[in-house]
Design a protein. Structure first.
Length: 245
């Protein structure tokens, strides 16, 4: 009798593990795929794209400033290639990082790949950026490495860490049609921001169009095109890093 009970319990445990494993596989593979990125992930006469450990380098005409970028949650990293291409073409080289299971929470320290002495990059100015959850994780990372960075760029995001006592510069940009970003958390996060904090609203922009991965459930309908939103975002980033906001 005890032998049968043991086997029933063992069978039940195995069944639960199989279900959990199946859910895990589904969860890992259930993400927003990059769409319409075209040649953005490839080199062109202006921007050279090369594979690096856990990501890509978009190397444009600039030589002094670089930006490390963390993708949004459950979004394929290459969906941000158009934004990286345009930013690099404007003179800010970009490192687009891939994340484990497409979740930056599992790759908070990805920037170490780029900033380590072994990597050998010698830019004068460094910024870390991210979209949505990627921005929150970028903020978490920079809060622990403030001496090595000039600033933080948040796209439809907000920090949970206190940056108010740092000398960092922070840009927060989001679309007026973004129905996913929690505005109350953006407001409450202002008290955790440093003195050099800049907040800008992209009129007509929404949450998903910072990347190129299609419609995101719960998002507002954008009043501008994806290309237009990327152009405006790049302009803000460029103004921010050149102290002209």
């Amino acid at each position: 009798m005890e032998h049968r009970t043991f086997h029933r319990i063992l069978a039940a445990i195995i069944a639960v593990l199989i279900v959990l494993a199946g859910y895990g596989v589904y969860y890992v593979n259930d993400y927003h795929h990059a769409v319409n990125v075209g040649n953005a992930i490839q080199s062109n006469p202006t921007v050279k794209v090369t594979d690096i450990e856990d990501g890509w380098l978009f190397d444009g005409p600039g030589t002094t400033t670089a930006m490390v970028f963390y993708p949004g949650a459950k979004v394929e990293a290459s969906a941000y290639a158009p934004l990286m291409q345009e930013t690099a073409a404007s003179g800010i080289d970009c490192f687009l990082m891939k994340m484990p299971a497409n979740l930056a929470i599992f790759g908070i320290n990805r920037a170490d790949v780029v900033r380590s002495d072994i990597a050998g990059y010698s830019y004068d100015h460094w910024y870390i950026a991210g979209h949505s959850l990627g921005g929150t994780m970028a903020a978490n990372y920079i809060s622990k490495h403030t001496d090595n960075w000039d600033g933080l760029i948040l796209l439809a995001s907000y920090p949970t860490d206190d940056l108010s006592k740092t000398k960092l510069r922070v840009l927060s940009a989001y679309g007026s049609k973004d129905d996913i970003l929690n505005r109350k958390k953006v407001e409450s996060a202002r008290q955790r921001m440093p003195k050099q904090y800049y907040e800008r609203v992209i009129k007509g922009g929404n949450h998903a169009q910072f990347g190129s991965y299609g419609v995101q459930q719960g998002d507002g309908v954008a009043a501008i095109s994806g290309d237009d939103q990327i152009d405006r975002t790049v302009a803000l980033i460029r103004q921010f890093v050149t102290n002209s906001l």
